[in-house]
Design a protein around this ligand. Sequence first.
Ligand SMILES: [Zn+2]
Ligand SMILES: [Zn+2]
Length: 262
Amino acid sequence: MIADYHNHTSFSFDARGSMEEYVVKAQEKGINEIGFSDHMLIHESKNYPRMTPETMPAYVENFRRAQESSKLPVKLGVEMDFMPGNAEKVREFVSQFPFDYVIGSVHCIGDWEIDNPDQAQEYMKRGIMQVYERYFALVKQLCASRVFDILAHPDLVKIHGYKPDCDFSYILNDVAKTMAQADVCAEIDMRGLTRPCKEVYPSEQFLKILRAHGVSITFGSDSHEPDELGRGLSEGLRLAKKVGYTDACMFDHRIKRHERIA
Ligand SMILES: [Zn+2]
Ligand SMILES: [Zn+2]
């Protein structure tokens, strides 16, 4: 049983394809369950490619249509940015819609978009270790808020290939401990394979640590068009099994259950 829970449609502005097109692809590719996680922003921002709350009724309506036309289970999710101080607003927002799961992400440190290649020089300016410390501190806050079901791309901070040259496993252990306490799933996100870091998020080292702390997992190709659906899934599965995972989480109306991964 395999579910791909991180998929962006044309509702995300940086992505294309309709929910119906994705469902057809999922059936073709032998994915057992598909979920949508378009970007949603509830706070004032510059130019991020995100939905706004006004778009939500159309998003839910589209989802209903895709769900009705599908032979596979189709889930309603959303990817929301965590920023210090916005957790309660996110909690209130997500309670108004029938989400199956809520994915939380750290894409920004203050105004800096860490995943934007045009702003990658910030790593050198700020110092790689300092950036990692700040990123994972935000990830911990995200998890401790208990507003999100799933942590997206847990070590996105490595996206451009910058890694500290010292051992930072104590930080990863600390994050894993918080995730276990808050019962947040770690997403195995395959988009990293196509980025300069050329690795699944999280790294094998981090996934091993997450497993040791008993943190559950979900899978997401983080596709931005239907052809990308399920991309890298075999590598994500291989890694999960290698570190000892035998099952992954599926969600219904924000209640999770475990299913064996095949
Ligand atoms: Zn993301
Ligand atoms: Zn995403």
